[in-house]
Design a protein. Structure first.
Length: 512
């Protein structure tokens, strides 16, 4: 029956070391409706959904499914009970076919125990046809667009005969046409009595597709009800209505002349059909922290990567260091000019996890550690010791494997690696993502010290309190473009969020 509660998270609390991610939350999912969940990064949305879908089995509180208490220990248990999570980062296997991904670990078999590929392809075709998606079930995932992969993930959820489908930021990397197709599919699912939990930063999508709305902030629910009872402004105010925490450390610095400038920076997609970064220009001065804020898919990370020479064949624009034009066609060029880059994903792009602390720190400075044609172990250890001490990296020894450090200490090792080259400009992409409060405070202090030393710091962050507290000036991006610039004194959470939401999406839903 439409409008009845199918799934309920009752008084759920989920903690991580030093962080209460979800704090005594009660969240209800209604049958045959789109239940939207919104909030800033770090509000607890994804954590709550991972509790409901069996990813996090250790929590306080109760999960009630169709009036019965359940406790899923694994995602498979949740799937077997009709709850499917489509995560923001799709968990598809690139080198397998569409059908193999849809029925992964549940392949139909024949009487001899062999995989019945004919049946698997037929079943996958039926599901894709129902969704109105013209994809060959034999095609490999790696050959599909992001939007098509998103549809395959939905097909997989349908193949499980899911009662509740959780979509975490499903439109963050797909085109407007693909978004329209996704919405058609969601409406079909509603008609079939399926329940959708829809997580998104894009408020226009919420007003267009959702029936109910729940707003989270700091691990708690701060607003809920029918979408028609909220205006755009109501939602913005509930999302950003918190004060900046005391652990932000930003000393006053002496900001002088320009150190680095970007003019008309463009980054094309791999197929060269669209601009990921669209004619973006900005500058940073000696002693200044320039914040770059934007929602998922705004092109923030790609901007830093383009500057750093990650995509030389797809990047155009001009770069100036100390008012002289420079050309960066590789990360090696950036390093040579004194530009360091702390990437968003430290494990994937910032560290060599199986190497020791000492080797991760020294890897950017090997040319300075050579003695008689060989790397000097003593020089390397001295360099690492300096930054382990300076950044208060907690490791059992210089030779502890980086993979075994905490997230905060791993992040400090990435910072140490780049500080070891004594950069003039430091690019920071989400420098405090996934680390505890104490480590965050230490990194804020370090960023402040670097700026005070005269370095130019460019910091990307999706956390509004962080960007407001640590930045001297803030550039806002949306859909690859620069959409705003604010001095520290004039910037507010509401102003930044307004500039970050795509222009085509800034309509206000009517209040009732």
């Amino acid at each position: 029956m439409e409008g009845s509660i199918i799934l309920e998270a009752r008084n759920i609390t989920k903690t991580f070391p030093g962080v209460v991610a979800v704090n005594n939350v009660t969240f209800r999912v209604y049958r045959g409706e789109v239940n939207a969940l919104v909030g800033e990064n770090g509000a607890g949305k994804s954590t709550l959904m991972k509790v409901l879908s069996g990813v996090y089995p250790d929590y306080e509180g109760k999960v009630i499914l169709e009036s019965k208490e359940v406790h899923f220990r694994t995602p498979k248990e949740a799937q077997d009970n009709g709850i499917a999570l489509i995560p923001q980062e799709l968990d598809l296997v690139p080198n397998l076919s569409v059908a193999e991904n849809v029925f992964l670990s549940r392949e139909p078999v024949d009487a001899f125990g062999f995989v019945n590929y004919k049946k698997m392809y037929e079943k996958t075709s039926e599901i894709l046809e129902r969704l109105g998606v013209p994809i060959d079930p034999r095609e490999k995932i790696e050959e599909l667009s992001t939007g098509q992969q998103q549809m395959v993930a939905i097909a997989k959820a349908l193949s499980l005969d899911s009662k509740v489908i959780i979509m975490d930021e499903p439109t963050s990397a797909i085109s407007q046409h693909e978004i329209e197709n996704l919405f058609k599919i969601i409406r079909i699912l509603k008609q079939e009595g399926k329940s959708i939990v829809y997580i998104s930063h894009k408020l226009d999508e919420i007003f267009e597709i959702a029936d109910r709305l729940t707003i989270m902030r700091d691990g708690k629910i701060v607003g809920e009800g029918l979408v028609k009872d909220f205006s755009y402004d109501d939602v913005v105010k509930l999302m950003v209505g918190r004060s900046i925490d005391k652990f932000f450390v930003k000393e006053k610095t002496e900001i002088s002349d320009e150190i680095f400038r970007v003019e008309d920076l463009c980054l094309w997609s791999a197929d060269r059909r669209r601009l990921i970064v669209d004619h973006v220009s900005f500058y940073v001065r000696h002693g200044e922290v320039l914040g770059i804020y934007g929602l998922m898919g705004a092109g923030r990370s790609e901007t830093l990567e383009a500057i750093f020479g990650v995509y030389p064949k797809r990047t155009t624009g001009k770069l100036f260091l100390e008012k002289k034009q420079i050309e960066i066609t590789s990360p090696q060029d950036a390093l040579r000019f004194g530009i360091g880059f702390v990437p968003e994903d430290r494990k994937l792009a910032g560290l060599i996890l199986q190497l020791a602390v000492v080797h991760n720190i020294s890897i950017t400075s090997l040319d300075k550690l050579v003695k008689l044609g060989m790397i000097s172990k003593k020089f390397e250890e001295n360099l690492a010791e300096e930054y382990v001490r300076r950044l208060n990296i907690r490791a059992t020894s210089l030779y502890q494997i980086v993979e075994n450090l905490s997230g905060g200490n791993q992040q400090k090792v990435v910072l140490a690696k780049w500080l070891a080259i004594r950069p003039k400009v430091l690019l920071l992409d989400e420098p405090t993502r996934g680390i505890d409060v104490n480590a965050k405070s230490e990194i804020y202090k370090l960023i402040s010290e670097l700026a005070k030393s005269g370095m130019g710091v460019i910091m990307v962050s999706s956390e509004l309190p962080e960007i407001l507290a640590m930045s001297d000036r803030i550039v806002v991006m949306s859909e690859g473009k620069k959409t705003g610039e604010f001095d520290r004194s004039e910037a507010t959470e509401e102003k930044l969020l307004r500039a970050a939401i795509p222009r085509s999406m800034r309509r206000i839903a009517p209040s009732v």
